[in-house]
Design a protein around this ligand. Structure first.
Ligand code: 5GP
Ligand code: MN
Length: 338
């Protein structure tokens, strides 16, 4: 780690054009880490641009620096030009270049030095020149804090930076309840609050900011769309594009829905399926040792963490539900002994 930190410090010694990018469909951990790092690098006098592969939920717009984020799918030419001129590209909160979707080739073809900072399993070492990977870390935001600390940049963690990092850690730990939450996490949080982060305000901005449509969609999911398989300790919630349209779906509106299925007593494997922009996406969540990342990889061209993974299906929503039930059956023994 120290060697890598020295290498990074050297790279940051003179003024550079820097791009920071994050996975497609960025969450608070991805965007918060990117905007926090961007703020610090700007304080060091670098030219910094955050490029997001696509747009994201409006409950993240409060983050400082959000207005300057370049969305690849909306300002493609500008994003390509900035990327081609970059000396350094930071890859945050993803383990493989394919996770930046339409932006992948632009980044891959760039001659810049690439630095990956991530907490997902099995980082693709070929995608970056310098890889900071800690799969035991609850979030990229926490890992970023430790890197900033290691670079002796902690004094640059102002209130805005602290709130971005706080948001990343808070959401990726489910508000400090997942098993990835450690004493280290709480120690980092304590320092962020001391640096000015208004913890309760950030909770409010992210979790108590639902539109009426979002709340009603959640009600519909739980009342009409939840299928429970008690004999398999599993549950599914699925939505078609037509159903999402009925509730004027906006990005982020279904985030967290899968957790309601997992919160039911006895359920250790919950799957959320939704058809968005013509693609059928899956969110897989589990409790204990049941490894959903293996299932995401094997059946749904995806991956992720042991207890939280995602993927896609080339079938219809209905056929995907059937496939998921087949998977439940296949893993019956593990589902019943976990
Ligand atoms: P979500 O269900 O919230 O979309 O994703 C949960 C986790 O699964 C993410 O943090 C990410 O690690 C992983 N994930 C989601 N979608 C994909 C995907 O398409 N491919 C891979 N490799 N991982 C994914
Ligand atoms: Mn993350």
């Amino acid at each position: 780690m120290q060697e890598k930190l020295n290498e990074l410090k050297l790279l940051l010694q003179n003024k550079k054009n820097i791009v920071i990018t994050i996975h497609r469909g960025p969450d608070a951990d991805a965007l918060g880490s990117a905007l926090a790092l961007s703020d610090v690098l700007k304080q060091l006098n670098h030219n910094v641009t955050v490029v997001s592969p696509n747009d994201y939920a409006s409950f993240l717009y409060w983050m400082k620096g959000n207005n300057e984020v370049v969305i690849f799918t909306e300002k493609t030419e500008k994003a390509i030009e900035i990327t081609n001129n970059a000396d350094l590209i930071f890859l945050l909160d993803f383990n493989d270049l394919s996770r930046i979707g339409e932006y992948t080739e632009t980044v891959r073809n760039s001659s810049s030095t690439k630095i990956m900072i991530d907490h997902h399993q099995e980082p693709n070492m070929n995608d970056a020149d310098l890889v900071f990977s800690d799969t035991s870390s609850c979030s990229t935001a926490q890992l970023l804090f430790e890197i900033l600390d290691g670079l002796s940049f902690k004094s640059m963690i102002n209130k805005d930076v602290a709130e971005c990092i706080y948001a990343g850690i808070m959401t990726d730990t489910g508000s400090f309840k997942y098993s990835s939450t450690t004493s280290k996490t709480h120690m980092v949080i304590s320092e962020l609050i001391d640096a000015g982060a208004e913890n309760s305000k950030v909770q409010d901005l992210i979790y108590d900011n639902y539109s009426e449509d979002r709340t009603k969609l959640l009600g519909y999911c739980l009342n009409d769309k939840l299928q429970i398989f008690p004999e398999l300790n599993s549950a599914i919630i699925s939505l078609t594009e037509e159903e999402l349209d009925r509730f004027n779906f906006k990005k982020g509106d279904t985030e967290g829905v899968v957790n309601y299925a997992l919160a039911i007593k006895g359920i250790i494997f919950a799957v959320f399926i939704a058809e968005k922009e013509g693609k059928v996406k899956l969110s897989l969540r589990s409790k204990g040792d049941f490894k959903v990342n293996e299932i995401a990889k094997k059946y749904f061209s995806g991956g992720g963490h042991m207890n939280a993974s995602g993927g896609i299906s080339d079938r219809s929503v209905e056929a995907t539900v059937k496939k998921v039930i087949e998977v439940f059956e296949e893993y019956k023994n593990e589902l019943l002994t976990n």
